[in-house]
Design a protein around this ligand. Structure first.
Ligand code: FMN
Length: 398
């Protein structure tokens, strides 16, 4: 008699995968998703349920984008990881995810110019690679966002921002040993003191948010970056800021705990590049040299409410060039996620909206069960339950 487990056809997304030190039991990743329910930038106890609902043994999950400093915010009620209160707020959430046996990374970000003076300390201008202002934009929710003219960072200020990422990475992982302070800047000094006084919030690693038109992307893309110093102009110069951040967080917490998300093809927030294939390939090659755990790339396809548009570009050359784990995202469902793994175009596939609406998504994929539909209107409302923890599990719907 054959073993029934052996008789089952293999579902590529549900096969195990060794990601560095992490033994994953399946390849269905929770994509990072901003939920705007962290009042005053502090993660709330209702997030314990939200994230633990989506946790499974050996699953890999990414947190919503989490601000690295008080200048990093551009949306209401998004979490941070630069104060003691925020770090403490994350702990029960991370603990709950770990109790279910999942691996949890914190996505750390800075919005750069995707902000306005209302989000900034002392009403100052948002910072960016440029002083070019974003034009008014209507959000998917229908809300109109008003952006303030950004202030171009001086060359001398850039190490401070790199350091904010380093401290955020450390806060996500552990308090660690005291730092040697070589910088005389007071802000840097106090940030280091604070980092040393914090205890671990216990994430397993961090994902640097280098995608979607936020600060790092504002340096990477030639449609935004108009600098004339060593952070602008050539491809190498535009990638310098991203490289310095990766180098800093890698030195701080170890390359085996660091991933990065990139979207070379996207032009969200007016951040297009004239040669995204070259940019993406260059990043995949150069970031490999740091030995980081993974590269998480957003597919070059567009999706509207009704239709998916494939485009002629492909992530495959970047997949081949990158030495670590390769994660793909955007517009995937069970069928083409399975295909991407089967054809070795990706090691893991991140799911956003489907995972938001289906807390037991890996289980549903396993059973090929019907999926709940997501409700776009409740993506970003501040309610601690509605559109957040009230999507039914399979056994509740059947
Ligand atoms: C509500 C919502 C919030 C999002 N927030 C983030 C975020 O914080 N960081 C990020 O990198 N991407 C964010 N994204 C993009 C998703 O991670 C994902 O790339 C996108 O939804 C496309 O994948 P999907 O087709 O599987 O939903 C967000 C998407 C949604 C729907």
């Amino acid at each position: 008699m054959g073993n029934t487990a052996e008789e089952k056809p293999q579902i590529p997304l549900l096969t195990p995968y060794q990601m560095g030190n992490f033994q994953l039991s399946h390849r269905v990743v929770l994509a990072p998703m901003t939920r705007q329910r962290s009042y005053n930038n502090v993660p709330q106890s209702h997030a314990v349920l939200y994230y633990s609902q989506r946790a499974s043994k050996g699953g890999f999950m990414l947190s919503e984008a989490t601000g690295v400093s008080d200048t990093a915010q551009g949306y209401p009620e998004t979490p941070g990881i630069w104060t003691k209160e925020q770090v403490e707020g994350w702990k029960p959430i991370v603990d709950a995810v770990h109790a279910k046996g999942a691996v949890f990374f914190c996505q750390i970000w800075h919005v750069g110019r995707v902000s306005n003076t209302g989000f900034q300390p002392n009403g100052q201008a948002p910072i960016s690679s440029t002083d070019k202002e974003l034009t008014i934009e209507t959000q998917p929710s229908g809300d109109v966002m008003q952006y303030s003219p950004p202030r171009r960072l001086t060359t001398e200020e850039i190490p401070q921002i790199v350091n904010d990422f380093r401290i955020a990475a450390r806060n996500a992982i552990e308090a660690g040993k005291p730092l040697v302070i070589v910088h005389t800047n007071l802000r840097l000094f106090y940030a280091n003191i604070l980092a040393n006084s914090l205890s671990s919030s216990g994430f397993d690693g961090i994902e640097v948010h280098g995608a979607h038109g936020y600060l790092i992307d504002q340096f990477l893309k030639d449609g935004v970056n108009d600098r004339t110093d060593q952070y602008g102009g050539s491809l190498e110069n535009r990638c310098r800021f991203a490289h310095e951040i990766v180098e800093a967080v890698t030195a701080e917490i170890g390359a085996e705990r660091v991933g990065i998300r990139l979207s070379p093809f996207a032009d969200y927030m007016e951040s297009g590049d004239s040669d995204p294939n070259t940019l993406g390939l260059h990043l995949a090659e150069t970031l490999s040299r740091y030995g980081i755990l993974y590269c998480h790339m957003v597919e070059p396809r567009m999706e509207t409410a009704d239709e998916k548009f494939e485009c002629p570009h492909s992530l495959v050359p970047m997949r081949r060039a990158f030495k670590g784990t390769f994660i793909v995202a955007s517009g995937y469902d069970r069928e083409d996620g399975n295909k991407a793994v089967e054809e070795d175009r990706a090691d893991l596939v991140a799911f956003g909206r489907l995972f938001l609406a289906n807390p037991d998504l890996p289980k549903r994929f396993e059973l090929n069960a019907p999926l709940n539909k997501y409700d776009r209107d409740t993506f970003y409302i501040p309610d601690p339950v509605v559109g957040y923890t009230d999507y039914p599990f399979l056994d509740e719907t059947t």
